[in-house]
Design a protein around this ligand. Structure first.
Ligand code: ATP
Ligand code: MG
Ligand code: FE
Length: 340
């Protein structure tokens, strides 16, 4: 079964083609550079860029996959969460392909896509796993069964900022630009992670909170006289985030007797997070799975991966009346909400 996945929830127009869990080809078009001078993604600018990029991105992905449009068996698309107008462009395009090719439409939860990305390189997920989803808008510890079939259990979420959001805001405080994650990682390479002991804020056992940490960095910067030790600040902030994320993720695995941790989302691209997670998981006897960095941030392949899982269990199709759900809660991989 050949599935085309379409992603447009933020500033990347992504299209991927997956056949029976194998990635055949993909294409990504980003409007990131258009948002840099605003310091964040401007929804209407992103939506217009999706509209312009969609058809060429589909054509390019199909060409790279070495398939023809008529071979595609189903269209998977991000129906939420994300920016409303950006999501609408992807969903309308997916509906058009579904109608014109006469094939099923599958509305997919964006975060299920982040998790599923890992299967494209590491194969099927085990029957049970814990997932740490760390992205620009979300930070959650999840207990997973069969991603295509079972409800998703939230062990904990962030009470305020997402991990990626914290990276982006601290990067702005340190004058490192947007997006902040890669910039902080780069700056941290020359810094000492133990230079400044920032707080490791926490809420519930598996819940997170990052806004206090961001404020702690801001206050440290405000009080600093003389030149800012940017590298030490970046490394110490990054260490605080990584420490909390990995400690809680490993604890969640151990206490639920789960032997596999899947780390997903844009922040999973962070090299220090990957390093510490590997060490702590190895110590706890947990196998850690993290997709390669290009599959951690938004892309179309991950949406096709969910579509491929859904078709393999004969999940129901989404209705053509499917509507976008900008704040869709993560309870299932398949979204089928229609406007009442
Ligand atoms: P969501 O998936 O919650 O809707 P999003 O799609 O905007 O949000 P992603 O594309 O998953 O988010 O990830 C983007 C986030 O990942 C940004 O906050 C970015 O700073 C962060 N990020 C990307 N690379 C790195 C890195 N190397 N280290 C830390 N953070 C990173
Ligand atoms: Mg992005
Ligand atoms: Fe994302």
């Amino acid at each position: 079964t050949l599935v085309m996945g379409i992603e447009s929830s933020c500033d990347e127009t992504g299209v991927g083609l997956v056949r029976d869990g194998k990635l055949l080809g993909e294409c990504l078009s980003s409007s990131m550079s258009e948002h840099v001078r605003f310091g964040g993604v401007v929804p209407e600018v992103a939506a217009r860029a999706h509209l312009e990029a969609m058809v060429p991105t589909v054509r390019q992905a199909v060409e790279r996959a070495g398939v023809s449009m008529s071979e595609i068996d189903a269209i998977a698309v991000t129906a939420g969460p994300g920016l409303a107008t950006a999501l609408q462009v992807g969903l309308a395009s997916a509906k058009a392909y579904s109608l014109s090719l006469g094939i099923p439409l599958l509305g997919v939860h964006h975060l299920a896509g982040h998790v599923a990305a890992d299967t494209l390189v590491h194969g099927d997920l085990p029957d049970r796993s814990v997932s740490l989803v760390v992205s620009g808008g979300h930070t959650s510890l999840l207990l997973l069964g069969d991603l295509a079939r079972d409800p998703i259990v939230h062990l904990g979420d962030t009470a305020d900022d997402a991990a990626g959001e914290a990276f982006d805001k601290v990067a702005r405080i340190l004058g490192l630009g947007y997006p902040g994650g890669p910039a902080i990682q780069r700056a941290a390479e020359d810094g000492d992670p133990d230079a400044i002991r920032f707080p490791r804020p926490t809420t519930t056992r598996w819940g997170f909170s990052f806004s206090g940490l961001k404020t702690a960095v801001a206050r440290w910067v405000d009080r600093c006289e003389g030149p800012l030790p940017v590298a030490d600040l970046a490394a110490s902030f990054q260490e605080a985030v990584v420490d909390v994320l990995t400690a809680k993720a490993v604890d969640a695995c151990v206490s639920h007797e789960v032997d596999t941790l899947v780390i997903a989302g844009g922040v999973a691209a962070n090299s220090r997070l990957r390093e510490v997670a590997e060490r702590r998981c190895a110590d706890a006897g947990v196998t850690v799975r993290v997709p390669p960095p290009y599959l951690c941030t938004d892309n179309g392949a991950m949406i096709a991966a969910v579509g491929s899982m859904l078709t393999s269990v004969d999940a129901p199709w989404s209705p053509l009346e499917l509507s976008t759900d900008p704040s869709a809660p993560l309870t299932r991989a398949l979204l089928s909400r229609t406007r009442d």
